[in-house]
Ligand binder design. Structure first.
Ligand SMILES: Cc1cc2nc3c(=O)[nH]c(=O)nc-3n(C[C@H](O)[C@H](O)[C@H](O)COP(=O)(O)OP(=O)(O)OC[C@H]3O[C@@H](n4cnc5c(N)ncnc54)[C@H](O)[C@@H]3O)c2cc1C
Length: 460
């Protein structure tokens, strides 16, 4: 018996949507993506890809401006060509979107460029067109949260999505919000030559992250000349002819040339027909999903930032794939967030995976923790890297690696070894017996593992 081809309709062509579409097409489904802004989504066009491209330039700038210490005479500080910088970033984002469009087309996936909405059971409306589907995936992403009294004007008061329309480098940038996005942009713009003030409502920057890593970054920010205002909540942001004023809760005012608002995200679900369809949302409006991406309505799945689950491109993509495997009857395991590797692209980068020290301190997990500074690593010395560390967490009984933190240049690449260990339940001993190149920063990972090797009475 031949079963009819399953029809899949996807709202949103970001990583949650297009990665799901690729899996569904691979499984033989008839797939339609409805997307309003361009494939790749905010991830490729305005958020992840542009910000990481900006950070590549800021890293190059740091290297250039620190090169005297490496024995290079450059004849003064390098400066930014802002129009060229922003043009490169937007070109690169568009090229990435085009590559995804070509890949999706090659798999026979239909793309409709329109705003889409749920329009009755098993039905999606895209402009004038109605699409019937056996399963629907909502992957419409999220939007920057706007503070009342601090509305962006796109010129001086900005969300990160408006930065690339500037024609100049902000002279005096006030970054409001010290979470991951705020810290990344503060770090990058400082390296590019802006004077940066970081307004943080919490005791320290990156309040959700590993305390040692966040402390190191905040200390470095200050040492490099950034003004970090802790426990300072921005109340309003206003604009005059050539600058901005940020008024804080305690009445103080901070002035600058531009203000970048990084105060979180809200789900982008308005006009998607969720209410009428009965799709349940949580208190903050994010779509409620289970660990195989099902919403409260049978046959309707959701993935990515619109669900508010760990807002990362890799997680969005995995939620989307899981939804399709489930909808199309494949064997599928539930989403496991405990093993997600993530990086904060400050300078140096902070990469993490698995169990955190916070969970250990809170008594949720018992673990041995070892932190090894990079300062004694020979490769770090050669590269002039003085700040950073490797931290490993292992199970006290078995020595199994439970998690890790790497603070280093390109920590996003170095963390893979720890991720493999966590995923494959390797012990510190197995990691320690693995060859690392000499000299290399990853040598600090195997050295940390050696320091954690458990010696039982039998092994002596
Ligand atoms: C500054 C910044 C940097 C980041 N850096 C990283 C990083 O380094 N690594 C990482 O893993 N993550 C990063 N992220 C997070 C990552 O960008 C998101 O997790 C990811 O974009 C989520 O993908 P998504 O598919 O859910 O949504 P999106 O990428 O937002 O895509 C949603 C798509 O749906 C479309 N859409 C919306 N509504 C409709 C509708 N009704 N009809 C049709 N189409 C619609 C939109 O146009 C868009 O194309 C970053 C985020 C920010 C803000």
């Amino acid at each position: 018996m031949t079963l009819p081809r399953q029809r899949i309709a996807i709202l949103g062509g970001g990583p949650g949507g297009y990665e799901a579409a690729l899996v569904a097409a691979q499984l033989g489904a008839d797939v339609t993506i409805v997307d309003s802004d361009g494939l790749g989504g905010a991830c490729v066009l305005t958020d992840c890809v542009p910000s990481k491209s900006l950070i590549e330039t800021s890293n190059a700038m740091t290297l250039l401006n620190n090169s005297a210490g490496l024995g290079i005479a450059t004849g003064g500080l390098a400066t930014v060509n802002a129009p060229r910088l922003y043009e490169r970033i937007t070109d690169l984002a568009r090229a990435q979107s085009r590559d995804i469009t070509a890949r999706v087309a090659a798999e026979g996936i239909r793309v409709i460029a329109a705003h889409g909405r749920l329009a009755g059971p098993g039905t999606v409306r895209a402009g004038d067109e109605e699409i019937k589907a056996d399963a629907i995936l909502i992957a419409t992403g999220a939007l920057p949260r706007v503070l009342p009294g601090a509305e962006p004007d796109g010129e001086r008061i900005l969300t990160w999505r408006q930065l690339y329309d500037l024609t100049e480098l902000p002279r005096d940038l006030i970054v409001v919000g010290s979470g991951v996005t705020g810290a990344e942009f503060a770090s990058a713009y400082q390296a590019l030559g802006s004077r940066v003030t970081l307004v943080s409502s919490r005791d320290r920057v990156l309040p959700q992250e590993d305390e040692d890593a966040a402390g190191l970054i905040e200390d470095l920010f200050r040492r490099r000349g950034m003004t970090v205002l802790g426990r300072s909540r921005a109340r309003t942001v206003s604009r005059d002819s050539d600058g901005v004023s940020v008024t804080l809760d305690d009445g103080r005012t901070v002035t600058g040339s531009h203000c970048l608002l990084t105060v979180g995200m809200i789900p982008r679900t308005e006009g998607c027909g969720l209410d009428e369809a009965g799709v349940k949302v949580g208190a903050r409006g994010f779509i409620e999903v289970d660990r195989v991406s099902r919403t409260s309505v049978p046959g309707v799945y959701a993935a990515g930032d619109c669900t508010g689950v760990l807002m990362l491109a890799s997680v969005a993509a995995m939620q989307g794939r899981i939804a399709m495997w489930h909808a199309l009857g494949e064997a599928v395991g539930p989403l496991r967030l405990g093993h997600v590797a993530a990086t904060i692209f400050t300078d140096p980068e902070i990469a993490t995976v698995g169990v955190s020290q916070r969970a250990v301190s809170a008594g949720e997990v018992s673990a041995r923790v070892l932190k090894l500074p990079l300062a004694t690593n020979p490769r770090a010395k050669m590269a002039g890297v003085g700040d950073g560390f490797v931290k490993l967490l292992t199970s006290p009984g078995t020595g199994v690696v439970l998690g890790g933190v790497v603070v280093a240049p390109r920590a996003s690449e170095l963390i893979l070894a720890v991720s493999v260990a966590v995923e494959q339940r390797l012990t510190a001993e197995q990691l320690a017996h693995t060859f690392a190149v000499y000299p290399s920063l990853s040598g600090s990972i195997t050295e940390a593992a050696r320091k954690l090797m458990e010696f039982t009475p039998d092994s002596i």
